[in-house]
Design a protein. Structure first.
Length: 115
């Protein structure tokens, strides 16, 4: 077959059984592929998501402040980079706010289910 830009859809028998992720990834069994994150692993994964989002907000805010300073002092060659940095800072803040909102919604849902 010639090289095609779009890969044709594979029939199900070539892909493998639905739900047996292990056979697709080569791990061996579906039981090992469906391992859930529990205990401290779950806490650290949840914590790392928020730490990464907070660090991203800090970095983009520092980058924006640096670009604004360079623009104000006339040391920047491309003034459009300030607008791009402002957009990055705004997007990272919006992402952090959305993560916080979803986490609070999930917490409230769990509290409502337990009562």
């Amino acid at each position: 077959m010639e090289d095609m830009f779009i890969t044709p859809i594979q029939p199900w028998d070539r892909i493998g059984a639905v739900g047996s992720v292990g056979s697709v990834t080569g791990t061996g069994s579906a039981a090992s592929a469906s391992k859930s994150v529990k205990g401290q692993e779950g806490v650290s994964a949840f914590k790392s998501i928020f730490e990464e989002a907070i660090n991203n907000v800090r970095e983009t805010d520092q980058n924006l402040a640096k670009n604004q300073y360079l623009l104000a002092t006339g040391q920047i060659e491309d003034p459009h980079t300030v607008g791009i940095a402002a957009s990055h800072a705004q997007l990272s803040m919006d992402l952090l706010a959305a993560l916080r909102t979803k986490a609070l919604e999930a917490y409230n849902e769990i509290m409502r289910l337990s009562s």
